[in-house]
Design a protein around this ligand. Sequence first.
Ligand SMILES: O=C(O)C1=C[C@@H](OP(=O)(O)O)[C@@H](O)[C@H](O)C1
Ligand SMILES: C=C(OP(=O)(O)O)C(=O)O
Length: 447
Amino acid sequence: MSAHGTPIPMTARAAGPLRGEAHVPGDKSISHRSLILGAMAVGETKVTGLLEGQDVLDTGRAMQAFGAEIEKIGETWHVHGVGVGGFGEPGNVIDCGNSGTGVRLIMGAMATSPITATFTGDASLNKRPMARVTDPLALFGTRSYGRSGGRLPMTIVGAADPLPVRYEVPVPSAQVKSAVLLAGLNAPGETVVIEREATRDHSERMLAGFGAIISTEVTDEGRVITLQGRPELKPQTIVVPRDPSSAAFPVCAALIVEGSDVLVPNIGLNPTRAGLFFTLQEMGADLTFENMREEGGEPVADLRARFSPDLKGIEVPAGRAASMIDEYPVLSVVAAFAEGRTHMPGVKELRVKESDRIDAMATGLRAAGVHVEEGEDWWTVEGRGHRRVPGGVTVESHLDHRIAMSFLVMGMASTKPMSVDDGGPIATSFPIFENLMAALGAEVTRG
Ligand SMILES: O=C(O)C1=C[C@@H](OP(=O)(O)O)[C@@H](O)[C@H](O)C1
Ligand SMILES: C=C(OP(=O)(O)O)C(=O)O
C-alpha cells in the first residue's frame, strides 16, 4: 500500500552474504508515547531518533488535531504540549491509518476530557477489536459508539466528570494497559491497572520520566500499577532507542543467509521486549550482545548476528510471548531453516494484529514448502534444516508490515525468490527497510 493505497509488489532473492552495520530506526512504541505524552505535558518536549514511519506520523497529526503544536527542526521533533486535560476537540475525523497502538493510546488519552472525537483507520485497523479499550474506558464514564463488534470507525465521547478506575486487563496487552493509564491521567484520585502477564512497560517508565506519580508492585495478582491522577506533566528531552522489533529483521536474515555477519548497533533490550533474542540463542544462533550499557534508563547493546547453519527447533515458552509478540512472524521464518520443530504456544493475540498473523504466516510458509500446524493459540513450524526452504511463490501481506518483511527475509535464503503482493505497509514501521537490507548485500526489488 503506498500513500495512495496502490499495492507495491516486492521480491527478495538469495544474493550472497549479508555484511556490515544495520542502523535500524527508532522504537515505534516509544515514538508514539513521546508524541502523546509530549502533547499532554506543559511546555516543549524535544525528541530525537523518532521513528518517522507512517504509524507514528499519523499519531503526530492526531496530536495536532487535539491542539498540540508539533514541528521538526533539523533532526529534532518539538512538541508543544497542552497539558493534562488541555486537549481541544478535533475538527475532523482522526485517521490512525494502520496503527493499533496509535488509535488505542489516543482513545485513552482523550477519554477523560469533555470532548468528542471520531476515529478511523485503514482496512486492517478497521477490522481490529476496540472493545478491549472502550470497555475499561467506560468505567471512567467514557461513551463509545462504533461499528458492530466494537470496530472502527468509532466515536468516543470523553467523560466530563471522570471517575478513577481499578481494572485488571483481561488480555496481555500493553496498548490496553496504556490506554487506561493515559485516561487515568485526567481522572481525580488513583487509577490502578493490574496485569497478570508483564507486557512492555514503556508507558510506566515514560510517565515516571514526565513526572507522573506512578508505581508498580509485583504481587500474587500480577503487576499492580498505581497512577495518581491530575499531575502536571513536565516536558522532556527524549532520545528514542533503536527498535528491537525492527532489528529482528536484519538479525534473522543474517542467521539464515550463508556467510553473513551483521552488526545492529544501539538496540534497546528492555526485558519486556527482548524475548526473540533469547529464543534465537536457545535455537543455537550465533548472536551476541556487545557493548552492553544503559541509556536513558533502558539497557542497550549492539547485536552481532552471524550465519548459523546448525539452528535447532525449540519449544518457545508461552510465558515469553508478550516480550516478543511482534517477532513471531520472523521467528517462524528462522524456524523453517532450523532442524526439527519449533512449537509456539500462548500466542492467541497474534490473531488480532494487523492481520491474523498465524494464518498469514502459515499460509505463506506452506506455499513456500514448509510444514506448519496451528491451533487457536499455538502453531508449530517443522524446520527443514539443511534441506533448504524451496520458496518460489508470491504471498499476501494482508496490509501487515511484519508479514511482508518476514517473507522478504525468507526470500534472501530460500532456493527460489519470495515475493509479496504488497510491501507498501513496511513504511508503517521500517521505512528504510529496502535500502538498509540492500546496503547489507540483499537483493530486494519492486515489481
Ligand atoms: O503498546 C505498544 O506500543 C504495542 C503493544 C503491542 O500490542 P498489544 O498491546 O495489542 O499486545 C504490540 O503488538 C504493538 O506493536 C505495540
Ligand atoms: C502489532 C503491531 O502494531 P500495532 O498494534 O500498533 O498496529 C506491530 O507493529 O507489529
